[in-house]
Design a binder for this molecule. Structure first.
Ligand code: ZN
Length: 242
């Protein structure tokens, strides 16, 4: 974090909904009621969502509007529940967010690495991404295939970065320069590749170093009761001071 700049905790969600029976990763679902409660807690604690575009400007040292107690909310993968469940709740509080989309799964089921992950669960369509964008959301890339990119060759890394950027730019009809590492996995070579591919900011998870290409985020998983959520929020604040 730039010395003197506002500290902005960053939260990372995946899906807002009830996990279907047999879900492989039930912890990626936050119940809509729990999510609504978390937003009320944020509000009660005085947090206001910083507009994602302002967050980028803040990190780049450009003029921007920063709330008194800012927080950035992000979603990884591109579940359609972000549109159906999260958007109306966030809108109610005047919050916008950032969404990192797996480019090969537009409007299709979530299948990573050849392995079915809750295959009946639809991902966002291009139209839904455009609708989010029109409400002040930033759409970023989360690679083409959701591969663990640290185990890929330099050529495949570049492919994941460049092809996803192209596909998603065509889908939303705008330039796209935010990236989130699948599984939060990055290394110094990958960080350079992200920058070379034309991205301006990249998000990791708890292991992020705090610079522009590995912004740390605290994942908010499914079984987060009130106490757990408050603890994770506190951890997010600590990560933001890195
Ligand atoms: Zn992911």
């Amino acid at each position: 974090m730039t010395p003197g700049a506002a500290v902005v905790p960053v939260l990372a969600y995946h899906r807002i909904g009830v996990p279907p029976a047999g879900a492989l990763h039930p912890d990626t679902y936050v119940h809509p009621r729990a999510f609504a409660r978390q937003l009320l807690i944020l509000k009660a604690l005085g947090y206001q969502a910083i507009a994602p575009a302002d967050y980028a400007r803040l990190r780049l040292g450009l003029p921007c509007a920063v709330p008194r107690k800012p927080i950035l909310i992000t979603f990884d993968d591109g579940s359609s529940t972000v549109f159906s469940e999260a958007l109306p709740l966030l809108r109610r509080h005047g919050f916008s967010a950032a969404l990192f989309m797996v480019a090969s799964r537009l409007g299709r089921s979530a299948v990573w690495d050849g392995e079915a992950e809750d295959a009946d669960h639809r991902q966002l369509t291009a139209g839904e991404l455009r609708a989010l964008r029109s409400e002040g959301w930033v759409i970023g890339s989360h690679s083409v295939t959701h591969a663990r990119m640290t185990s890929l060759t330099p050529e495949r890394r570049a492919d994941e970065l460049i092809q996803s950027k192209k596909t998603l730019e065509a889908a939303v009809g705008a330039e796209l320069d935010w990236f989130a590492y699948p599984y939060g996995a990055f290394d110094s070579g990958l960080r350079d590749a992200v920058s070379r591919a034309g991205y301006r900011i990249a998000f990791a998870t708890e292991d992020g170093d705090g610079d522009l290409f590995s912004v740390p985020r605290r994942i908010i998983g499914g079984r987060a009761g009130l106490f757990k959520f408050l603890r994770r929020l506190h951890q997010a604040g600590r990560l933001a001071r890195k």
